[in-house]
Design a protein around this ligand. Structure first.
Ligand SMILES: NC(=O)c1ccc[n+]([C@@H]2O[C@H](COP(=O)([O-])OP(=O)(O)OC[C@H]3O[C@@H](n4cnc5c(N)ncnc54)[C@H](OP(=O)(O)O)[C@@H]3O)[C@@H](O)[C@H]2O)c1
Length: 358
């Protein structure tokens, strides 16, 4: 199962809106085949492994419950393929949270007389598939809020200077995370201040698959010359109905998609629903304090990645998260399962804002 989890992790992000899954076929204690989910339309992990070796008498280890037939399904159902292949036993890390599958895959296997065990590697599998679970249970993407701050919590100086607070290694770490998410989200304030590319460039090299760039821009302030409009991949500008029609047309002509959600400012609930409908499972939110504040206030944030640099900025520089915030310390977003890493001279503190969905 450990190997199956590694395979699942290797496909993370490349399979959306499908879950990233790993599968290993074992005969007499030896691995005879393995597989990870292919990009959408391609085979699932189980099918990849079953295509490599004769599965008769093998044990199959798989990180997520095998799928069953349902209307609109593009690939052949894995539970049926496993039965046909003659597997001796199936070990499943977690049940599928998708209501279209939820337990039916396990039931189908058992009704065909295939012994099924569940729970081995469950915690790691659930952790790995948090974005998928959030999406299937709420219809909305999983949001990771990322910021880089000084020891005193500031993200820029009083003059607005913000480059660079953290070192190269920490910034590269963020790029590696950008490379697996489905979308990167920022606000018009950051576009105006920094003119970011909003691309994934792990190790300084542009990733082949670029996440969707999403700019929250209620008043139509994103300039037509913004760098992110020229980068590879797609850009979605989320705006309000009151923003100028000419600006919207010009952005569309420049290759961006303009999506109206809200009257005066962007309604983040509508935006999250729309991104979820489009099959966006995960969002890396790199906004300034205004956008991050709205995301926290609205309960949209699932996970936090805070890069903290050993520098004190002081003065009136902006904090990392604005909005209303918590009235009491007890109401703050104290991270669950926090992890701390030292990255060069900086520290990364990350964790979850809420418990894993069932
Ligand atoms: N250190 C870091 O990690 C980091 C990361 C990113 C940015 N920054 C810094 O942050 C500064 C910019 O911060 P910022 O707060 O001005 O920019 P921001 O949070 O990126 O963008 C905020 C803007 O988004 C628009 N918006 C539309 N609907 C919204 C909604 N529902 N909720 C929130 N915002 C909405 C608003 O502009 P409209 O009224 O035009 O719609 C708002 O002013 C820059 O100095 C940048 O360098 C630092």
């Amino acid at each position: 199962m450990q190997r199956a989890l590694e395979l699942a992790a290797s496909a993370r992000g490349a399979t959306s809106p499908n879950p990233w899954v790993g599968a290993v076929l074992v005969r007499d204690g030896r691995v005879v085949a393995e597989g990870a989910t292919a990009p959408p339309g391609g085979p699932h992990a189980e099918a990849v492994a079953l295509a490599v070796a004769d599965a008769r008498g093998c044990d199959l280890y798989v990180t997520l419950e095998p799928c069953v037939p349902f209307p609109g399904k593009r690939t052949p159902p894995c539970a049926e393929a496993i039965i046909a292949a003659g597997c001796r036993r199936v070990v499943v890390a977690m049940e599928d949270p998708d209501p279209a599958v939820g337990g039916r895959g396990l039931a189908l296997l058992r009704s065909a007389g295939v012994p099924v065990e569940t729970g081995d590697g469950a915690e790691a599998a659930r952790d790995l598939l948090r974005p998928y679970t959030r999406h299937r249970l709420t219809g909305r993407p999983y949001v990771i809020a990322r910021f880089a701050a000084s020891l005193d919590g500031r993200t820029a100086t009083r003059s607005g200077d913000s480059k660079w607070i953290t070192g190269e290694a920490a910034r590269d770490r963020a790029h590696r995370e950008r490379a697996w998410v489905d979308a990167i989200l920022t606000g018009s304030g950051t576009v105006l201040a920094d003119d970011p590319a909003l691309t994934a460039r792990p190790g300084g090299v542009a990733a082949e698959r670029q996440p969707l760039r999403v700019v929250v821009d209620g008043r139509g302030r994103t300039p037509l010359g913004a760098r992110l409009l020229r980068e590879p991949g797609k850009t979605l500008i989320a705006t309000a109905s009151t923003a100028g029609a000419a600006w919207k047309q010009a952005l569309t002509a420049a290759g961006a998609e303009v999506f109206e959600c809200g009257d005066a400012e962007v309604d983040l609930n509508l935006l999250m629903d729309e991104l979820g409908r489009r099959g966006i499972l995960s969002i890396w939110a790199e906004g300034g304090a205004t956008l991050l504040g709205s995301l926290f206030d609205g309960g949209h944030v699932d996970e936090v990645w805070a890069f903290i640099a050993p520098i004190v900025i002081g003065g009136r520089g902006p904090g990392a998260v604005g909005g209303e915030g918590a009235a009491l310390v007890a109401e703050g977003w104290r991270l669950q399962s926090p992890r701390v890493e030292v990255i060069g001279p900086d520290v990364l503190v990350r964790g979850y804002t809420r418990a894993q969905l069932p």
